[in-house]
Design a protein around this ligand. Structure first.
Ligand code: CMX
Ligand code: CO
Length: 143
C-alpha cells in the first residue's frame, strides 16, 4: 500500500539560493542535507509535516553534482521546477513488484539508497502520464 506523499522533488540550479527562498518566503527550515553520488545530486530535505505512520512529508530540493546526472539533463531541457513526486510505503520492494506486474516500467531491479537511509525506486514517467514517480520506504519503517 502507498500510504502518503513522502516528498516532492524540485530541481534547482543553486541549492543554497533555493533553500533561502523557501526559508524567507514560507519559513520552511532545512531538516537534512546530503550528497547522493549515485543519483548525482546534492539535496536538502525541508520537513513540511509529520504523518500518522511516524513518517513525514518533505520538499526535496535537488542540485546536480555532475553534468551527466539525470537532474542536470532535466534542468538543461526544462529549467527549474517540479521534477518528481514520491509516495511513501512500508514495503517498497513489494509495491515495485506489484506495479511492475501491471506493466509499468520500474527503473531499478532492486531499490537503491535515497535520502536519510531510505530505500527508493522510480517508475518511468512515460508509463505514468508524464510524472516521474518515486516509491520510498523511509529508514524508520525498514525492518
Ligand atoms: N518528469 C517527466 N518526464 C520526464 C522526466 C521527469 N522528471 N525526465 C524525463 N522525462 C521525459 C522526457 O521529457 C522525455 O520525453 P520526450 O521523449 O517526450 O521528450 C523522456 O522522459 C526521456 O527523457 P530523457 O531526457 O531522454 O531522459 P532519460 O530517458 O535519460 O531519463 C529517466 C529519464 C526517468 C529514466 C531518468 O530521469 C531517471 O532515471 N530518473 C530516476 C532517477 C532520478 O531522477 N534521480 C534524481 C532524484 C533522486 C532522488 O529523488 O533522491
Ligand atoms: Co526524490
Amino acid at each position: 500500500m502507498l500510504t502518503r506523499i513522502d516528498h516532492i522533488g524540485i530541481a534547482c540550479f543553486d541549492l543554497d539560493k533555493t533553500v533561502e527562498f523557501y526559508r524567507a518566503t514560507y519559513g520552511f527550515e532545512v531538516f537534512h542535507t546530503e550528497v547522493n553520488e549515485e543519483q548525482g545530486v546534492r539535496e536538502a530535505m525541508l520537513r513540511i509535516n509529520g504523518t500518522d505512520d511516524g513518517g513525514a512529508s518533505y520538499l526535496q530540493l535537488l542540485e546536480p553534482t555532475r553534468e551527466d546526472s539525470t537532474v542536470a539533463k532535466w534542468l538543461a531541457k526544462n529549467g527549474e521546477g517540479v521534477h518528481h513526486i514520491a509516495f511513501g510505503t512500508a514495503d517498497v520492494d513489494g509495491e515495485a513488484e506489484a506495479i511492475r506486474n501491471k506493466g509499468v516500467r520500474v527503473l531499478y531491479d532492486e531499490p537503491r539508497t535515497g535520502s536519510m537511509g531510505s530505500r527508493i525506486t522510480f517508475l518511468h514517467p512515460k508509463d505514468c502520464h508524464g510524472v516521474l514517480t518515486e516509491l520510498v520506504t523511509s529508514a524508520s519503517s525498514q525492518h
